[in-house]
Design a protein around this ligand. Sequence first.
Ligand SMILES: [Zn+2]
Length: 81
Amino acid sequence: MMKNCSTCGELQPATSEYFYKCEHTKSGLRAQCKKCHKQYDKAKRKEYNNQYYHANKELFKKYNETYRKKKAIAQYINNGV
Ligand SMILES: [Zn+2]
C-alpha cells in the first residue's frame, strides 16, 4: 500500500519506515512522512527557542552581566592582585 504525505504530497510506502506511527489515525500512521515531520519539528523547536529567548531576554541579559562580573572577579583573584 502506498500513502500520500499530507505535506509534501509524495507517494511513499505506508510503512513505519516512511511514516511515524500514530494511534489516532485509521492507518496507524501519521499523515506526514518522516522527512516532513522532522522538518516541522525542527522549525517548531526553532520557533520555541526564539520565543523563549525573547520572553526571557532581560533574564539572559542579567545572567550574562552577572557572569561577566564573576569572571572579572575570578580573573582579578587569579592575577593575585
Ligand atoms: Zn512529506
